[in-house]
Design a protein around this ligand. Structure first.
Ligand code: PLP
Length: 390
């Protein structure tokens, strides 16, 4: 029988994290104790000043429709923030506010990429990139991230894969799932590749730009000529522990921003008004809380990396940013899916198989260390014991 679903649904992927979470929750319902290292969200509460700003906004009338591209005050605040942090000049008209940063991926691909176009993207990488490239009928061109290169893009490989059909290059730094960070040098090679091409855009996913442990975040937008070719994606979910608020944005050239705003009009109408006012407070208010969160992540990084390296069959590089480790598990003799299932069902630790992030993720697991030191230690003990008792 023919499927009732539109043909295009066949090419839409998903995020395995939500599936593993569902499996883990089902086990918890049966009374099992599970340590959750599968989910990519800070375990901290949203800072108080941000919550208070939302409540104040709600009480002062920010409960109605607002412009699709965002409230002028927030667009202005974001424009200033991006200008200051990326060393470029961004105008409020070049900013579009969305419910979470994810819609910026969807909308920029919808607005720019035609069927048959080629899109380069990191693999292992955030699974939604590949899903959306397929969804619009474009050709996904994975760029493998290798452990021996510290999970950084190989700029020479990128150079080789750029063809006449290339329409977009997606980069993500700091990277989910590997914790790799692109250096200024790497970014320069990519910028040089597209400099003479007015038909190629870079989607720079910088959602983890503030969660960085060594050095400073570098953005491709800062290279000469790159501002107009880049869609800079960022948001509030990770930096301010606001995943459930759904607040993100993109900064891009004005004509493209208008198209993205039109897609907003056609889908969400606008981002929640009082949530946007909380965003103004997040960026303009004190930054002590997000700084404290990063300091805490840094401590946890030490615990999880040294713990994993002491387990037989596992080796783990130290991530430079984000809050994930991507340990090599080939020494266990199991593939990543088998090991992920085994650790969940037998060990009570929920992790993600590396292949949830693309085919080049085989041989790895992703563990989030956005969890307490106690829980991380408990997970490490369980992993060690479960592997020993095999
Ligand atoms: N980009 C990357 C690399 C992510 O890991 C995530 C969330 O997991 C997002 C974007 C989406 O962020 P948001 O919650 O703001 O939609």
């Amino acid at each position: 029988m023919d499927s009732i679903f539109a043909k295009r649904m066949e090419s839409l992927g998903t995020e395995t994290a939500f599936e593993v979470l569902a499996k883990a929750k089902a086990l918890e319902k049966q009374g099992r104790d599970i340590v959750h290292l599968e989910i990519g969200e800070p375990d901290f509460d949203t800072p108080k000043n941000i919550k208070e700003a939302a409540i104040k906004a709600m009480n002062t009338g920010y409960t109605h429709y607002v412009p699709s591209a965002g409230i002028p005050e927030l667009r202005q605040t974001i424009a200033e923030y991006i200008s200051n942090t990326r060393n470029i000049k961004v105008a409020p008209e070049e900013v579009v506010v969305t419910p979470g940063a994810k819609p910026i991926m969807f909308f920029s691909i919808l607005a720019l990429v035609n069927p048959g176009d080629e899109v380069l993207y990191p693999n292992p990488g955030f699974p939604i990139y590949e899903s959306l490239i397929n969804f619009v009928g474009a050709k996904p061109v994975p760029v493998p991230l290798k452990e021996e290169n510290d999970f950084s893009l190989d700029p020479e490989y990128v150079k080789e894969k750029i063809t006449k059909k290339t329409k977009m290059i997606i980069i993500n730094s700091p990277e989910n799932p590997t914790g790799g960070v692109l250096s200024k040098q790497d970014l320069k090679v990519i910028a040089d590749c597209v400099n003479d091409r007015n038909d190629v855009f870079v989607l720079a996913d910088e959602i983890y730009s503030r969660i960085i442990y060594e050095g400073k975040h570098e953005s491709i937008t800062a290279f000469p000529g790159m501002k107009d070719k880049t869609i800079l994606l960022d948001g509030f979910s990770k930096t301010y522990a606001m995943t459930g608020w759904r607040l993100g944005y993109g900064a891009m050239r004005k004509d493209l921003a208008e198209k993205i705003a039109q897609l907003m009009t056609n889908s969400n109408s606008c981002t929640s008004a009082f949530v946007q006012m909380a965003g103004v407070e997040a960026l303009k208010g004190p930054q002590k809380e997000p700084e404290k969160m990063v300091a805490e992540f840094k401590k946890r990084r030490e615990v999880i990396v040294s713990g994993l390296n002491s387990i037989k069959g596992i080796t783990c590089k130290k991530p430079k940013g984000a809050f994930y480790v991507f340990p090599n598990i080939t020494g266990t003799g199991m593939n990543c899916r088998e090991l992920g299932d085994y650790l969940l069902n037998t060990g009570g630790v929920a992790v993600l198989p590396g292949t949830s992030f693309g085919k080049y993720g085989e041989g790895y697991l992703r563990l989030s260390f956005a969890n307490s030191v106690d829980n991380i230690k408990k997970a490490l003990e369980r992993i060690e014991k479960t592997l020993k008792n095999r």
